[in-house]
Write a protein that binds this ligand. Structure first.
Ligand SMILES: [Zn+2]
Length: 467
């Protein structure tokens, strides 16, 4: 079976065929964080799912061209920067840096592009797209000087969420803050400057203001990936109105179908309840690290539930993740240590093929993990019986490397002791001073502590000495 996905738009399981005539490049856009705070594990559930998606497509031979945006201007970032007494850029930079650290902690592969909404070329493009929509009569400037998208001009609005547009029209009184719009569903493309925005504003032909959140994604996605995307992902809470709005804006500008496959991951709950600060079950990644869980364990817990099912994140689940990882580690070690046995071929590698076939089926990760643990159980039994040949163990080790290319669950690299770090820093200083003798002596001292240091373009790299 080729790769199949459950497309939110069609609500059916479809074979995946990228637009690229060579069938190789996959253009993928994933809505990224709003950088006003540390991302929470609900956010990371989506990012880990997207990482699995990217890694599996790569395992199947595709080149994934991926973009993840950073929303660094909106109500929340402006409010946060004012409360912190910082300029918007300085305020969001703190959370951009933290976000990249968190991605590394969870072993999430970097996208090729992380465009930020406030970069001048994207602001320019947002203004150009809004201008195009106004010229086409699809957008209008209201009395409050903001520019809105005229929903009545896009009959497909609501099709992704499978909503009837008529249901969006309220029967009762329209709330006062929406009175300027022609229709209550019309959403803002350009928000006219307001006093609370402080110095956050850009000039436009509609006066000073800032872009709406939805147009940010349409502009950055089409700027970097072109008018047609293969895959667009996010959490289910992004579907309406954000992704509906992205479709409306993009398709009215380009005249092309914006996205072929929409994938959305379900909610995350904590201990069976909606995560909320008032319930005290609201976790950022950092909160969990402080409690002693590792990025790898948290990744395991977020990764191994099928993305379209709600994920109940629990401490028991993290304990289970720790136990499963210990089981994988022990197996990997046993395979590596295997040195003699019977030279007969093993059918065990077929489990690895089943692992990938399960992922082809709309990323069925729980099925895939089932095949991995079948493989572990059966090869452990063969190891117990002395019935696993060296060559077989080597083949299985290679299979694990392939599977792990998708899972990203390898053992943590050994932590570098502080005294080694100090010696490496001293050696860098010796090298800078062209003190080669001193540098060599320091390298020997580092080796005595069990580490080798290699000089690379990116600086010194440390690896633990074997044994
Ligand atoms: Zn978006």
């Amino acid at each position: 079976m080729a790769v199949h996905f459950q497309n939110t738009y069609s609500r059916s399981l479809e074979p995946f065929i990228p637009l690229d005539p060579a069938g190789k490049t996959v253009r993928m856009y994933t809505c990224g964080p709003t950088v006003y705070n540390y991302a929470h594990i609900g956010n990371f559930r989506a990012y880990v799912f997207e990482d699995l998606l990217q890694r599996h497509l790569e395992a199947r031979g595709y080149d994934v061209l991926r973009v993840m945006n950073l929303t660094d201007v909106d109500d929340k970032t402006i409010r946060g920067s004012r409360a912190a007494g910082k300029r918007l850029h300085d305020f969001t930079q703190i959370y951009k840096d933290a976000f990249f650290q968190d991605l590394d902690t969870l072993r999430i592969k970097r996208a090729q592009h992380f465009p930020a909404a406030t970069e001048p070329q994207y602001i320019e493009r947002m203004i150009a797209m809004i201008g195009d929509l106004v010229a086409k009569g699809i957008a209008y400037q209201a009395e409050d000087r903001s520019v809105y998208f005229r929903l009545s001009k896009f009959p497909d609005y609501g099709k992704l969420a499978h909503l009837n547009l008529d249901e969006l029209r309220p029967s009762g009184r329209i709330s006062s803050d929406e009175y300027e719009k022609e229709s209550v569903g019309d959403f803002a493309l350009w928000k006219a400057w307001d006093e609370v925005d402080g110095d956050v504003k850009w000039e436009s032909s509609w006066g000073p203001g800032r872009p709406g959140w939805h147009i940010e994604c349409s502009a950055m996605a089409t700027a970097l990936l072109g008018p047609e995307l293969d895959i667009h992902c996010g959490g289910v809470d992004n579907i309406f109105p954000h992704h509906e709005a992205e479709i409306a804006q993009s398709e009215c500008c380009t005249g092309k179908k914006f996205v072929r496959t929409w994938l959305h991951c379900a909610h995350l709950m904590v201990e069976g309840q909606k995560m909320s600060k008032s319930l005290g079950n609201f976790y950022t990644l950092r909160d969990l690290l402080e409690k002693g869980w590792t990025g790898r364990e948290i990744r395991y817990a977020l990764l191994t539930v099928n993305y379209r099912l709600p994920l109940n994140f629990t401490i028991a689940g993290l304990e289970g993740a720790r136990a499963s990882l210990a089981r994988i580690d022990e197996w990997v070690t046993r395979l590596a240590e295997r040195s003699a046995g019977l030279p007969e071929p093993t059918p065990l590698t077929s489990h690895a093929e089943k692992f990938f076939a399960a992922l082809d089926d709309d990323l069925n990760i729980s099925g895939a993990m089932g095949h991995l643990f079948d493989l572990i159980r059966e090869s452990n039994r063969a190891l117990d019986d002395g019935a696993l040949a060296t060559a077989q163990a080597a083949t299985l080790s290679q299979s694990w490397a392939r599977l792990n290319g998708v899972l990203g669950l390898e053992r943590e690299a050994a932590a570098i002791p502080p005294e080694v770090t100090t010696l490496v820093e001293a050696r860098q200083q010796a090298r800078a001073a062209r003190d080669w003798k001193g540098s060599d002596e320091l390298r020997d001292s580092i080796a005595r502590l069990g580490w080798t240091v290699k000089d690379t373009k990116e600086g010194p790299k440390l690896t633990p000495l074997a044994g």
